[in-house]
Design a protein around this ligand. Structure first.
Ligand SMILES: C[S@@+](CC[C@H](N)C(=O)[O-])C[C@H]1O[C@@H](n2cnc3c(N)ncnc32)[C@H](O)[C@@H]1O
Length: 251
């Protein structure tokens, strides 16, 4: 059939292409970005890779692999879902999401991480390759497009409670159905190990580990209209990541 002016479907309003607004970074945000653009980039890209690394880094690699396995087991098996991977690092979760049939947008505050993610994942992903871009969770714009699932794995523990609260507010506003994330859980034992660790660590470390209780995180999600539906604490030697899945109430 020849398309005439009458048969052509009206164009939808153009979708906002930028997920981000211009926002000043917090002091913690600047320090974290600087770390992941320099020494943190070398360290974490090696940890998330497959080459030889020191045994202490291997503990993190193996723990992270277990966390990834759990997250993947929580994914929908239907195809055609959309996902946002916030703080994607080298893209390990982004590519797993794509392999599960999700259409994925992924971003990270560190430009070298994003260059590396694009480079190592090029041509390797099953499904639609994730779209990687540089961006900051703290600068996510509320009215940008929404995703079925928003993920944020092993990122939030770099930030203090007030900033995590704001970040989760932005992340949940982009999730039409669920959010999957992780945080470092505060327990008396972890408080003890943290105090011991601080005695031996350099005073001028670029990043700091922030721990929260389950109730603190649940409260933030509840205020955003989300209910915790699944949790799993992945503990492997000193790797300790508390995974959660939260679903929009009434979705
Ligand atoms: C420990 S890595 C985890 C990477 C990835 N999520 C994974 O699990 O494989 C933390 C990542 O979070 C990123 N990041 C930290 N703060 C961020 C922010 N405010 N916005 C976006 N990315 C951030 C870092 O650059 C780094 O790549």
């Amino acid at each position: 059939m020849i398309e005439t002016a009458k048969t052509v479907r009206p164009l939808k309003a153009p979708e906002r292409t930028s997920l981000f607004a211009n926002r000043e970074q917090s002091e913690t945000g600047k320090r974290v970005r600087q770390y992941f653009e320099t020494s943190g980039f070398s360290r974490w890209s090696a940890i998330y890779g497959s080459g030889d690394i020191p045994p202490i880094w291997k503990v993190i690699r193996d723990g992270h692999d277990k966390a990834l396995e759990t997250v993947v087991s929580w994914l929908s098996t239907d195809t055609g879902h959309t996902a946002l991977d916030a703080g994607c690092g080298t893209g390990t979760l982004s590519t797993a999401l794509a392999s599960h049939g999700y259409e994925v947008d992924a971003f990270d505050v560190s430009a070298p991480m994003i260059h590396f993610a694009k480079y190592i994942n090029a041509g390797r992903t099953k499904g639609i390759p994730p779209r990687f871009q540089v961006g900051d969770i703290a600068a996510l714009a509320g009215e940008a497009k929404t995703y079925d699932t928003v993920c944020c794995l092993d990122v939030l523990f770099h930030y203090p409670y007030e900033e995590v609260s704001e970040m989760l507010k932005r992340l949940t506003s982009l999730a039409s159905h669920k959010v999957i994330g992780s945080f470092a859980i505060r327990t008396p034992m972890n408080d003890f190990w943290m105090a011991v660790g601080q005695k031996f660590h350099k005073k001028n470390r670029m990043t700091k580990l922030h721990m929260f209780t389950y109730d603190e995180v649940e409260r933030i999600l509840y205020r955003a209209g989300f209910k915790m539906t699944r949790t799993n604490r992945v503990k492997f030697f000193f790797y300790d990541s508390f995974l959660f899945e939260a679903v929009r109430v009434g979705a």
